[in-house]
Design a protein around this ligand. Structure first.
Ligand code: IDP
Ligand code: MG
Length: 154
């Protein structure tokens, strides 16, 4: 099923000048960039976005790291994109993530791990709304679509 998912390029990625390189990985895979913007996160949006972690001891440090610079938010589309992008990101800790995954290739940290990616369909819907207005998501189509997928896949 054609899905959209939210990716954030975290401040560690911005600071390491890896914005273009990481976006390229998603483009090279065949995913469509449906939305793209830079934004400065604040306490309120991070308390919402990481609500499942507010009671963890590392939460203040996580929040600080996510506000260190602006992030780059991406709405990424493809068949089964939510799972595909999670697999591309790899497990949370960059030291445990396998080479070939984004975190495995670019991160040595359990916190400074390059990207955020929505972890399921409900989360993706809520997170896309959190970071993008409706009119910031674009429905153009890739002319390469017929080379990216078989006709019965999309
Ligand atoms: P995920 O990003 O792989 O979905 P979550 O458990 O949702 O992982 O955690 C969100 C983010 O919080 C992680 O990407 C990471 O930056 C940070 N985080 C998670 N666990 C730890 C930890 O044990 N120490 C420090 N930061 C953590
Ligand atoms: Mg998560």
């Amino acid at each position: 099923m054609l899905q959209k998912t939210l990716v954030l390029l975290k401040p560690c990625t911005v600071q390491r000048s890896l914005i273009g390189e990481i976006i390229s990985i998603f483009e090279r895979k065949g995913l469509r960039i449906a939305g793209l913007k830079m934004m400065q996160l604040d306490d309120a949006i991070l308390a919402e976005h990481y609500a499942h972690l507010v009671d963890r001891p590392f939460f203040p440090g996580l929040k600080q790291s996510m506000m260190a610079t602006p992030v780059v938010a991406l709405a990424v589309e493809g068949v089964d994109a939510i799972e595909v992008v999670r697999q591309m990101a790899g497990p949370t800790n960059g030291r445990k993530a396998l080479p070939g995954t984004i975190r495995g290739d670019y991160s040595m940290s359990g916190q400074q791990n390059i990207v955020h990616a929505s972890d399921g369909p409900e989360t993706a819907a809520v997170e896309l709304k959190r970071f993008f207005k409706d009119e910031e998501i674009f429905e153009y189509s890739l002319p390469t679509l017929r080379s990216l997928y078989a006709t019965d896949e999309v």
